[in-house]
Design a protein around this ligand. Structure first.
Ligand code: MG
Length: 361
């Protein structure tokens, strides 16, 4: 190297040092999603839901994330937004290619607020997928043809409205029926007066008495029901084991299953687990949970909250891994800002575009 070359390379090195990577920009927005039908479960009844959207922009590419705060876990859209804002500096300066380390730090700094964590994780993974030019299912080594069918959910309502909703759900080959109040038999009878499709039933912790739970599940077994989700409160594990010994269809944990460390404790109580990005804190945590559940011989299901196509599409990219999908939260709303995953006769059709593969609706 002559003197001139040395000076040039030193100047280049100085220039590199003098120009650190531009910080990422992080935008948060609370998005009000209007429901097509008033949505009633054992938990609540409402006409809209607020979710938190996060936009992560760096090097000209924007990753989009969403988290649906879960009131049962003391989350709401404002607390989720405050949680993302509390790590704004970290996210602005962090290297998104080190997303594993970034998310570990996000989990260390934010207590609770899993919807906020999910929104950050999804935005980062969307960014990474777009930068690599691959859809997220391909990043995870999955075959989109393995994506399962999704159920379409029918919230609790009067028999007349239930019949109307079931008719509207005609394209879906399997339905998920919300029960858990004292109208359960009337609800199932209303559904059965319209369709013979296989049903899955979600009691959302609604049955408090184990003998009542056995009686209801034994009746549901004769109504073409494939499995029951969270029949009794998550805290009543001993009663749920008692019920499980007396019924003949699988019992799936939902409210009892939030995080990877919960799953080993559930293996002798339930037949499977319902994993949601909003409960877990994102795609990476959900992937871990699916692997743990499979290793323990549990059935796996991916579910969702009421949310837009951002969160539902993120979950759908992992869906080739699971036995069951209930990824219809975006179909229950009237003002989805994006489109992503599609459903054809119940089958999830994953977008073949980089990252989440979202487009504006
Ligand atoms: Mg559920």
């Amino acid at each position: 190297m002559n003197r001139r070359q040395w000076l040039q390379s030193s100047a280049a090195a100085l220039l590199l040092k003098a120009a650190p990577a531009a910080p990422a920009s992080i935008e948060t927005k609370i998005v009000r999603l209007n429901l097509r039908h008033t949505w009633t479960t054992t938990m609540s009844s409402s006409g809209y839901r607020d979710t938190l959207h996060v936009r992560y922009t760096k090097e000209g590419v924007t990753g989009i994330g969403e988290g649906a705060p879960i009131p049962r876990y003391n989350e709401d859209a404002r607390s989720a937004q405050a949680a993302v804002n509390s790590v704004r500096g970290l996210l602005a300066s962090a290297d998104p290619w080190q997303f594993t380390k970034v998310m570990a730090e996000v989990f260390r700094r934010i207590e609770g607020q899993y919807a906020a964590k999910a929104a950050i994780d999804i935005a980062l993974m969307d960014w990474v997928g777009q930068k690599l030019g691959v859809p997220l299912y391909r990043y995870f080594g999955l075959d989109p043809r393995d994506a399962p069918i999704t159920t379409f959910s029918i919230g609790i309502d009067t028999p007349a409205v239930t019949r109307q909703k079931v008719r509207e759900a005609e394209p879906f080959p399997v339905l998920k029926i919300k029960v858990g109040l004292d109208t359960d038999e009337a609800t199932i009878e209303a559904v059965r007066s319209v369709t013979n499709k296989p049903l899955r039933v979600d009691a959302n912790e609604g049955w408090k008495d184990r003998e009542e739970a056995v009686r209801k599940i034994n009746w549901l077994e004769k109504q073409g029901v494939e499995f029951v989700e969270q029949p009794m409160p998550a805290a009543m594990a001993e009663d749920i084991r008692w019920v499980r010994r007396r019924v003949h269809i699988p019992i799936i944990a939902d409210e009892a299953c939030r995080h990877p460390a919960d799953i080993p404790k559930l293996a002798d109580t339930y037949d499977g687990v319902n994993i949601k990005l909003d409960k877990a804190g994102g795609i990476l945590e959900a992937w871990r949970m699916i692997q743990i559940a499979k290793a323990l011989g549990l059935k796996t299901m991916l579910g969702c909250m009421i949310s837009s196509s951002v969160s539902v599409t993120a979950a759908a990219h992992l869906s080739p891994l699971v036995d069951y999908a209930d990824l219809d939260g975006n179909l229950l709303i009237a003002n989805d800002p994006y489109s992503g995953v599609r459903v054809e006769r119940g089958k999830l059709i994953l977008p073949d575009r980089p990252g989440l593969g979202l487009t504006s609706a």
